[in-house]
Ligand binder design. Structure first.
Ligand code: ADP
Ligand code: MG
Length: 725
């Protein structure tokens, strides 16, 4: 939470004028508090000073060197000058050069000691002697001992108009606005003590300018805990609020047989149970808020259809919101033919609905004459746009709910009065976890699959199978089938950010050793969707290969998905954005690259994209990871096909944090209502559990947060007013 001074605009600071404020704005920083929360993305480990003789060629290193020669200027070509001098330590001498920085000539004086930080080039001469050179290293004057300089130097995200030095300076200035009282804190003292968390002031200061790895780790731990804690508190709290209202319209006519008679199959026992639970809710004058959870393909849509039928029979309108156009289209295509047979009017409203058509739908939704009005509208978040006004909205269904923010969901609900809400989740979340994540939503579980589902044969292979895999692609596409290939990364660059220093992700929390030096990560190279699509295109010149990833515009993504759906694309390479719930029955092979990167539940979701039609389907998990645990984890996919069991296993193996992260294919980190700056569900599972437990027990003793006004205002800000958290 921002305290008083932290809410002041950055322009209040003496070094921030209009231009800088604008540049900061591009980083999302408008208030002083935002600057305090502009966490470094990495740290340069300048405190780890090496001798020249220990320096590795091409590595960024900190060195402590004495200036040995007077810097000499040379003009190498027009507009390009070179400053050159030598510096030494006990193990060797290095040649140091700077381009176009003549002003440095007077800075380096003979005999002075500097801490240099930069990439060291080390060349072996024929004589056997090593020659060292550094090009434009960062240089800090050592007044007495090198330890006086900060050992860990933050690296901030930048934008044009800002430099590292400037941001560092502004942040340290912003830190002066922290509350003077060192004990002021947002987290209750008891919770801090129990979890061994430092104070808020300590954490915010040390995340930027730590004196040692241990302080940094403690700071990070505190800030992560805080993110999880507020998240849990907010979720649980808003869940409570949701179910308190009364005055919903009761659905007393709720015979769904007209619908079920139209279906070419009969409902499974689990579907009937879920529908009965929904019916019981909708008969009450307390609005329903129910979460419907079930494995991929278990048939949740028809349960939603049943609920919508009940609402319409009772004189209400119903809305079904899907996270993507392609899903909305799919639902419309499935449901409209059924409902129209029952004389129920259904409309589709998405971003691509033509303006004239939109106006017609708007008019028919607000029509008070039940004969003329649209009964059911299916769409995307276009449903929450201002023009949409219902005359009698009684039920809101959101599909694949994790894609929507709390704000979006309630925005649609707010278009009616005390509407019934049904939330469907694609992920088979274990009950215990669902209760935590979704606060006080009631839960219906579909734990049974429709009969006759084919099993998707699953294989775990390594790189040596590449040729055989290509042969398999050839065979299946030759028979007219389609293939998904999923990769974890988008562009090469994303994973190659090593030069910046120690990435924030690598800073351990609460660990007493420095994790960075303990263990070098040895993950196999990541396949990037874009590059991989290119490779496959070359390898299969006769096949149509396309890619889709999260950084593409929604319309572009939809266009690609649509043409895959239409069978115009043979191989679709994608990141996990391939839409949850998308149904392309002709797809029969799912290849997951770097499979060790995915959670089991996520792999299960991905596998659920195939085996939806008549074609015999396969899932191939490609992994070169040598870790034994990764291997064992992937192997469970070969024998486990029940989403709930997989979820339990995932939970047991990696803790809830990890599970939640992978459960939502888009990743909670990016989803609308939850953005963690530091917390990572994948690695901080234990902390998440702790924060969750504490948040719930706090709410248990203070359900309205009466005695914690600061927490109340904080979650109000994060969850309601500002849906961007
Ligand atoms: P999900 O729960 O993943 O949203 P869907 O509702 O899309 O699953 O259903 C998947 C498929 O299963 C659809 O093609 C649907 O028609 C079919 N289906 C649903 N219920 C049954 C059932 N009881 N028997 C047979 N097929 C069913
Ligand atoms: Mg679905």
């Amino acid at each position: 939470m921002k305290t008083g001074a932290e809410k002041m605009p950055v322009t209040e600071m003496k070094n921030v004028g209009k231009a800088r404020a604008e540049a900061l704005g591009r980083l999302g920083v408008t208030e002083i508090g935002d600057l305090i929360r502009l966490y470094p993305r990495a740290y340069e480990n300048r405190g780890d000073i090496k001798l020249l003789s220990e320096a590795e060629n091409g590595e960024k290193q900190a060195l402590c060197l004495v200036i040995a020669t007077q810097p000499k200027r040379a003009l190498i070509r027009r507009g390009m000058s070179l400053l050159k001098f030598r510096a030494y330590d006990e193990s060797g001498t290095a040649e140091i050069t700077y381009f176009n920085q003549d002003y440095l000539a007077d800075k380096f004086r003979l005999g002075d000691v500097y801490r240099f930080y930069g990439k060291v080039e080390r060349k072996r001469m024929p004589s056997g002697k090593d020659v060292f050179s550094l090009s434009s290293p960062i240089a800090e004057w050592v007044r007495s001992v090198p330890e006086e300089l900060p050992p860990l130097v933050p690296v901030y995200p930048l934008t044009s108009g800002l430099t590292q030095n400037l941001v560092t300076k502004l942040v340290s200035e912003a830190l002066l606005y922290l509350p003077k009282d060192p004990n002021s804190d947002t987290l209750p003292e008891e919770i801090r003590r129990k979890n061994e968390l430092p104070s808020r002031n300590f954490a915010l200061k040390n995340i930027h300018a730590p004196l040692c790895m241990r302080d940094l780790a403690a700071a990070k731990k505190r800030l992560i805990f805080e993110e999880f804690f507020l998240f849990s508190l907010g979720i649980s709290f808003s869940g409570k609020k949701l179910s308190r209202a009364k005055g919903a319209k009761r659905c007393l006519i709720n015979d769904i047989s007209p619908l079920t008679e139209l279906l070419p199959y009969s409902l499974t026992g689990a579907q009937s149970r879920a529908i009965a639970e929904i019916r019981r809710d909708m008969e009450k004058e307390e609005p329903m808020s129910r979460l419907l959870v079930g494995d991929v393909g278990c048939g949740k849509t028809v349960c939603a259809a049943a609920a919508m039928l009940m609402a319409v029979q009772s004189g209400m309108q119903a809305a079904l919101m899907a996270p993507t156009e392609i899903l909305a289209n799919q639902h419309y295509g499935d449901l409209e033919p059924l409902f129209s047979k029952l004389g129920i009017k259904v409309a589709l409203l998405t971003g691509s609905t033509a303006a004239a058509e939109k106006r017609k739908i708007y008019a028919a939704l607000s029509e008070s004459d039940p004969e003329k009005r649209i009964d059911i509208v299916i769409g995307t978040h276009a449903l929450i746009s201002e023009g949409v006004v219902f005359s009698e909205l009684g039920l809101v269904v959101t599909d694949e709910q994790h894609r929507f923010g709390v704000k979006q969901r309630s925005a649609l609900g707010d278009k009616g009065k005390n509407v019934h809400m049904l939330v469907m989740s694609a992920t088979p979340i274990p009950r215990s976890l669902a209760m935590t994540l979704y606060g006080d939503l009631d839960l219906s579980v579909i734990d049974e699959m429709p009969p006759g589902r084919q099993r998707v044969d699953t294989f775990v292979v390594n790189e040596s199978y590449r040729d055989r895999l290509c042969g398999f692609i050839e065979k299946l596409t030759g028979e007219g089938g389609q293939v998904y290939v999923v990769c974890p990364a988008v562009e090469e660059k994303e994973e190659e950010d090593e030069d910046v220093g120690i990435p924030m992700e690598d800073i351990g929390i609460g660990t007493l050793f420095d994790p960075y030096f303990d263990e070098k990560k040895s993950t196999p190279p990541l396949k990037s969707a874009v590059k991989y699509a290119e490779e496959l295109g070359l390898r299969f010149p006769d096949l149509k290969v396309a890619f889709v990833h999260g950084k593409m515009k929604a319309a572009e993504k939809d266009a690609v998905m649509r043409s895959f759906s239409a069978g115009e694309i043979d191989i679709l390479v994608s990141t996990t954005v391939i839409e949850v719930g998308v149904n392309v029955p002709n797809a029969c092979l799912m290849i997951v690259e770097n499979a060790e990167r995915f959670g089991l539940s996520q792999l299960h979701q991905l596998r659920g994209r195939v085996g939806r039609g008549k074609r015999k389907s396969y899932c191939v998990l490609v992994s070169d990871s040598e870790g034994e645990r990764a291997g064992a984890r992937l192997d469970t996919m070969k024998t486990m096909y029940d989403g709930f069991a997989i979820a339990e296993k995932d939970l047991a193996m990696r803790g809830p944090g990890d599970f939640i992260a992978s459960a939502s294919s888009s990743g909670i980190r990016q989803s609308g209502d939850l953005r963690f700056r530091l917390a990572d569900m994948c690695t901080d599972g234990e902390l998440f559990t702790a924060a969750m437990t504490d948040a719930r027990s706090l709410l248990g003793s203070d359900p309205t947060l009466e005695s914690h006004p600061e927490l109340l205002s904080e979650i109000t800000e994060l969850f309601d007013l500002d849906g961007s958290y």
